[in-house]
Design a protein around this ligand. Structure first.
Ligand code: ATP
Ligand code: MG
Length: 499
């Protein structure tokens, strides 16, 4: 019987495939990292072909490791790093340029030009997003204008463009031989090209942002059969039945389906989403309005999102650029070797500051240095920066909704860090709660796919599968909390007006 679901989690740093049972339990995992390409300051690229090869590899490995065959698998769900774009040749399947990754800031000039007429909130009412390099549209336009002939070839319908979900589905369903060109509403809601109300590409948006509508995928719900895998693999013939952007997938995997429910994911960056149900809430406090999920034939569910660009990647920076730790996990012991931050603060504004500030002119700082400061204080300041940034987002959400979040559901690679989780609870003054299954991103994609093919019938069944794994209670005095947040705010000030 077909009772297993395979999730592909194509992330910023790695690609995972996880096989889940109908109880939501992972039975096998395969993971491969891909190269992070930094050709110039502010530029971040991936090789889309490498990502596609890694996807095939982890799919085969995970299915083999579980001892399964295609006939055991009910559906495949895909979740992906969002906003990152690929433009490729419809006939050969070859990308015309490296994928431009969400963190890439090379399109700031385009953003400034567009914002000169109407400001950065020019398209915010329609799209839920401010104009920023973060989102897909200016990245697609950049490729079309810098690769010789690309714009003409796009106008002639010789090229296709999409986010990573589209790239993978097209390849899995045959590529040049009949590949299906689709995306889901959550990914589309990150491009600056989709109208939040109609859930369709906006012709005027495409015109202003200089992206030909004809190269874009068809927008579908997050949970329906888009096509079957036709390439030769361990999953040939299996339907692809769920697509969710990674942060929406984590929200779905945390069973935060209803208005007011939320989660915070600690990965490369941090992303806090709070559901607003079927209501579109337009932010006045620096949050994004985004699609949370849409089940087939049902109204879309929306969310407010606080996006923080640099959290886990700051730990990677300590490891790779400063060399003060050998692995990400080592940061915890190093930070714990000192009792406090020694008044050192790091604001990792490597790509400017995202929510709630949206300051592209900001750049990173380490402040409060004295001869007393050691690498241990730097490590501690890095972890604290993650928690302070989350506090800024929670404050914006409280200001926006007027409702305090009672406790924070967390997931992602950094939540194994106990020091960080305790400090997070301390600095928020609310409990932090981690579910048993920390692989919520992949689980959410599996849920979306399984719902589409009848492995599950209701959201309540999925809700019943959520179980608390660990909890951290706040233990800091409010005086200490206030002092730390005051210093943090001063440190943030020092990043501004730099670039
Ligand atoms: N024990 C730890 N303490 C602090 N940070 C950690 C720890 N373990 C992992 N990390 C950080 O967590 C991040 C990886 O988490 P995760 O795999 O959830 O990231 P991600 O954003 O989902 O990545 P991707 O986009 O590739 O899926 C890395 O940036 C890593 O530095
Ligand atoms: Mg991830």
């Amino acid at each position: 019987m077909r009772e297993y679901i395979v999730a592909i989690d194509q992330g910023t740093t790695s690609t995972r495939a996880i096989v889940f049972t109908h109880r939501g339990r992972a039975v096998s995992v395969a993971q491969v990292e891909h190269e992070q390409i930094f050709p110039q300051p502010g530029w971040v690229e991936h090789d889309a072909r490498e990502i596609w090869h890694n996807t095939q590899q982890v799919l085969d490995q995970a299915v083999d490791a579980a001892g399964l065959a295609a006939g055991d698998i009910a559906a495949i769900g895909i979740t992906n790093q969002r906003e990152t774009v690929v433009v490729w040749d419809r006939l050969t399947g070859v990308p015309v340029a490296p994928a431009i990754v969400w963190q890439d800031t090379r399109t700031q000039g385009r953003v400034d030009e567009l914002a000169a007429d109407g400001g950065v909130r020019r398209f915010a009412h329609t799209t839920g997003l401010p104009l920023a390099t973060y989102f897909s549209a200016t990245k697609i336009a950049e490729i079309l204008d810098t690769v010789p002939n690309a714009r003409a070839r796009a106008e002639a319908a010789e090229l296709l463009a999409g986010t990573i979900d589209s790239w993978l589905v097209w390849n899995l369903t045959g590529g040049p031989q009949g590949g299906v060109h689709v995306t889901d509403v959550t990914n589309a809601s990150r491009t600056l090209l989709m109208d939040l109300e109609t859930l369709q590409w906006g012709p005027e948006l495409c015109e202003h942002l200089q992206v030909p509508l004809g190269i874009l995928p068809v927008i579908r719900s997050s949970s329906e059969v888009y096509g079957e895998v036709t390439i030769a693999s361990s999953v040939t013939g299996v339907p692809i039945a769920g697509i969710l952007g990674d942060q929406q997938a984590a929200t779905f995997g945390q069973a935060a389906f209803s208005a007011g429910e939320s989660k915070n994911t600690y990965g490369t960056g941090n992303f806090l989403l709070v559901s607003t149900g079927e209501e579109i809430v337009r932010s006045r406090h620096g949050l994004l309005t985004t699609v949370g999920y849409q089940l087939a034939g049902r109204p879309a569910h929306y969310a407010l999102e606080g996006s923080v660009a640099v959290t886990g990647s700051l730990v990677q920076w300590l490891r790779d650029n400063l060399g003060i730790i050998a692995s990400s996990a080592e940061v915890e012991a190093l930070a714990a070797s000192v009792p406090d931050n020694g008044d050192v603060y790091i604001v990792p504004a490597f790509s400017g500051l995202y929510a709630p500030y949206w300051r592209p002119d900001a750049r990173g700082v380490i402040t409060g240095l004295t001869r007393f400061a050691t690498k241990a204080h730097i490590a501690r300041a890095a972890l604290e920066a993650v928690a302070f940034q989350t506090r800024d987002i929670i404050d914006a959400i409280t200001a926006e909704t007027g409702v305090a979040i009672p406790e924070l559901r967390v997931d992602g690679g950094m939540v194994s860090n106990e020091l960080l989780m305790q400090f997070q609870a301390d600095i928020l003054g609310i409990p932090v709660v981690r579910p048993v299954s920390a692989e919520t991103t992949a689980l959410g994609a599996a849920y979306a796919a399984g719902l589409a093919v009848g492995v599950w019938d209701t959201l309540d069944e999925l809700r019943a599968q959520w179980h608390e794994g660990a909890r951290w209670e706040p233990a800091m005095t409010s005086a200490d909390r206030t002092r730390l947040m005051t210093q943090w705010a001063k440190a943030v000030e020092r990043t501004l007006n730099w670039a």
